[in-house]
Every structure is written in structure tokens, then in C-alpha cells.
Write a protein that binds this ligand. Structure first.
Ligand code: ATP
Ligand code: MG
Length: 415
């Protein structure tokens, strides 16, 4: 017996039974984002490695150890995209979108890749739906984006808690970073080795650490939120006022740091109690320096991404509509197969769902199959012409083969 190849670790197949629930989420996202004027953008699955190194940040987990990076065979280093904001910003710059009316509101959907330790809700290939608004620093942009994600989670029946904070501007952050670094140095021996190693590189990340010792130290650490300048504080208050107007519940969490370097001002995360350890369903924030950092004009931006698999775990099971089969074309002898094919094609072209026997079953087996797939009607082709059987009433009558499509159409509700 030869060894079977399996799907790579941390990846999954989406089987047909699982598609409807995913499609329902995607449909809701499309509807909700579309209703606010967000338009879909698609960017490549891989990008130049430097795009992520420069934007996500050299000191982040993603860039340090989670990227699928390889030589493209021509001496260029490329990386499977670990996130969607940097690619969208790259496209914004590349296509001169700053010349359009601002903000440019975009959404995306697709696979993303991070080499993480696989667990429930954490995969190496996962799907995200995301939204980005580029070209305005108006707090209404932040509030609108947050409300849209809240709407999406609500629409799919996921209950989630919203945590919110502000990281201020790069200047505030730089000054704060020095204070925090000094504080961490004072408590160096109580920190986990991983955090200690990155005190200078990425001190804010210590807030995210999972070990007790570090968490104890961080509970007493100076907080960025407390040293925001007046503009940033005002911006934050304007955002939260609009969330309050919409009756959206939120909690201030000054320890909220996101795993990417490009955030400024607003950061937020929706957390579901149904997810266990991988509690983040979606999150995002403002990134006012990113476009410029990628070679574009100074352009503020804000956005979020939410994981499809996490949303599925957090969502209430929705009734999935079954795709009704209008007609199954059965035949008594193989001789009628071509006729069956012709009829099935014709009925499909008339806009109906038709299937025909494809596995050489006996007539009895074919009727069983028709029942199994829930066919409303069965056409039985035989030497005495065609019979049309109503699978609901069991009634059966002769029809002219040429009149079959019309007969099925006529029998349909509204037909
Ligand atoms: P986490 O805290 O769970 O590691 P994150 O902060 O790395 O999440 P983001 O980079 O903000 O997540 O990505 C946005 C969303 O994408 C997350 O809220 C989550 O729903 C989803 N996501 C991120 N990483 C994964 C993964 N490895 N597998 C499945 N979904 C993921
Ligand atoms: Mg992560």
C-alpha cells in the first residue's frame, strides 16, 4: 500500500456540506460592506517579501517566524500574504488611488498564510474578510468601520465583545516606548525570555505575553493611553461618541496592542466568548503612516480584518437553503442516455436545476437516486415514450419528450 498524502499541517479542505455556512458569511459581508459603499478589491496571493517586512514590522511574530517566504526562481524573494492591509495600501499607491475622491473604501476576501502552531481556530491557511478606508483621518471613518464589523457579526449571530484603545501618533508612541523600555529594564528578571529578548525591539508586545510573570509586571506598567496628546484623545472620544450614538457597547482596554507595527490611534478587537483561547474574531485599527511608508503620499487609513473560520465558530448555526432539484432524467435502457442528456441540457438552459443518471443504475436505482437528491419531478424515458412523475404526489402521466421542459416549467410554483 502506498502512503497517502494528506493536506499540509494547519490547512483544511472545505467540503461541500460546509460551503453553505461559509457562503452565508461571505454574502452578509458583501451585503453589509456594499451597503456602505465599500467596493471589492483583489490583490495577489503573494507579494514581494519587503512589502510585509517594511509594513508589518521586522520585530513582529509574523515577520520573524510566521511568513512563508521563498525564492521565486528568478532570485526575487516573495511571501504568501500573511495579512491584507499592506497589499491594499500597495495597490492604492500603485494605481494612484489618491487621485480619486477620498476616502477610498475597499473590501477584500481571500486566503492568508501564517506558519503558526495549528489549533482550533488557528490555521496556517485561513480566510479573512477585510475592509479598508484610505484617505481620511475623520473619526467617522473609524466609527463606521467598527459599526460595519459589528453589524456583520450580529448578522451571522455571533456575539462578540468590543475592546478599544488608542495608540496615539508615532511621536507619542516613541516617547512612551522609551518610558516602557525603561520600566521593563527595571523588571527584567521577572519577564519571560521571549519578552526580555525583545525589550528594545518591540516593548509594546509585552502586553500580549501569555506568561504569568510578564503579565504581573505589565499590570503595573505605564500605559500609552494615559499619555496621549490632546488631538489623539479628542479623536478617540469622537470615535467612541459615535459608537455610543449607535448603541454599540465597547470597553476601553489600554493594554490592547495589535500584532502589527503600523497601527496609530484607534485599535480595536472583537472577541467571542465561544472561541476559547483563539478568542479574536476580528480586529483592526488606524494606520496613518503606512501608505507614505510604502512610497505613497501621506495618507491616513483605517481598516479591519475578520477570520472566516473564527466567525464560523462564533456564529449561530443558520438554516441553509437547499438547492431544489427540479428534474431528474431517468431512463429504462442505456439506449436513451443521449436523449436524457439532451433533455437535461434543455431544462437547464430554461433556468431549472436538472440532473440525469450518470452511474448506470437500474431504473429502480435511478428512482431511489432521484428521491435521495430531492428531485421534484422525474422524467422516465422508455420505449413507450416519456413519463413525468411528480415525486410529491406520486402521480405519473405521459408527456411528449419535446414538451418535457415546458411541462416541468409549468408545474413549478410561479411557472
Ligand atoms: P490572534 O490574536 O488570534 O493571533 P491576530 O491578532 O494575529 O489574531 P489579525 O492579524 O488581526 O489577528 O487578523 C484578523 C483576524 O484574522 C483575527 O481576528 C482572526 O479572526 C483571524 N486570524 C488571524 N490569524 C489566524 C489564523 N492563524 N487562523 C485563523 N484565523 C486567523
Ligand atoms: Mg496572531
Amino acid at each position: 500500500l502506498s502512503e497517502r498524502t494528506q493536506a499540509p499541517r494547519g490547512t483544511f479542505d472545505v467540503l461541500p456540506d460546509e460551503e453553505p455556512a461559509r457562503e452565508a458569511i461571505v454574502r452578509e459581508a458583501q451585503r453589509i460592506l456594499g451597503s456602505a459603499g465599500y467596493r471589492r478589491i483583489e490583490t495577489p496571493i503573494f507579494e514581494a517579501t519587503e512589502l510585509f517586512a517594511r509594513s508589518v514590522g521586522e520585530a513582529t511574530d509574523i515577520v520573524r517566524k510566521e511568513m512563508y517566504t521563498f525564492d521565486d526562481g528568478g532570485g526575487r524573494s516573495v511571501t504568501l500574504r500573511p495579512e491584507g492591509t499592506a497589499p491594499v495600501c500597495r495597490a492604492y499607491v500603485e494605481h494612484g488611488m489618491h487621485k480619486l475622491a477620498q476616502p477610498v473604501k475597499l473590501w477584500y476576501l481571500g486566503p492568508f498564510f501564517r506558519r503558526e502552531a495549528p489549533q482550533k481556530g488557528r490555521y496556517r491557511e485561513f480566510f479573512q474578510v477585510g475592509a479598508e478606508a484610505l484617505g481620511s483621518d475623520d473619526p467617522a471613518v473609524d466609527a463606521e468601520l467598527i459599526l460595519l464589523l459589528a453589524d456583520l457579526l450580529d448578522a451571522i449571530g455571533a456575539s462578540a465583545r468590543l475592546r478599544l484603545s488608542s495608540l496615539g501618533t508615532p511621536d507619542t508612541r516613541a516617547a512612551y516606548r522609551e518610558r516602557l523600555t525603561a520600566y521593563l529594564r527595571e523588571h527584567e528578571d521577572e519577564l519571560s525570555p521571549d519578552v526580555r529578548e525583545r525589550i528594545d525591539l518591540n516593548p509594546l508586545r509585552a502586553f500580549d505575553a501569555s506568561d504569568r510573570g510578564t503579565q504581573r509586571v505589565m499590570a503595573g506598567a505605564p500605559r500609552l493611553f494615559d499619555v496621549l496628546n490632546d488631538d489623539d484623545r479628542e479623536h478617540f472620544e469622537a470615535v467612541t461618541a459615535m459608537l455610543d450614538d449607535a448603541d454599540l457597547r465597547w470597553e476601553l482596554d489600554p493594554s490592547l496592542v495589535r500584532g502589527l507595527d503600523y497601527y496609530t490611534r484607534t485599535v480595536f478587537e472583537f472577541e467571542s466568548p465561544d472561541l476559547g483561547a483563539q478568542s479574536g474574531v476580528g480586529g483592526g485599527g488606524r494606520y496613518d503612516g503606512l501608505v507614505e511608508q510604502l512610497g505613497g503620499p501621506p495618507t491616513p487609513g483605517c481598516g479591519w480584518a475578520a477570520g472566516i473560520e473564527r466567525m464560523l465558530l462564533a456564529a449561530a448555526a443558520q438554516p441553509t437553503p437547499v438547492d431544489g432539484v427540479d428534474l431528474f432524467v431517468a431512463f429504462a435502457k442505456p439506449h436513451y442516455r443521449r436523449e436524457a442528456m439532451r433533455i437535461a441540457n434543455e431544462v437547464r438552459q430554461a433556468g431549472l436545476h436538472a440532473q440525469l443518471e450518470l452511474a448506470g443504475r437500474s431504473l429502480k436505482g435511478q428512482l431511489k437516486q432521484a428521491d435521495r437528491i430531492g428531485a421534484r419531478y422525474v422524467a422516465i424515458l422508455g420505449d413507450e415514450g416519456a413519463q413525468l412523475k411528480d415525486m410529491q404526489s406520486g402521480e405519473q402521466h405521459e408527456v411528449e419528450v419535446g414538451a418535457l421542459p415546458a411541462a416541468v416549467l409549468r408545474q413549478r410554483p410561479g411557472g
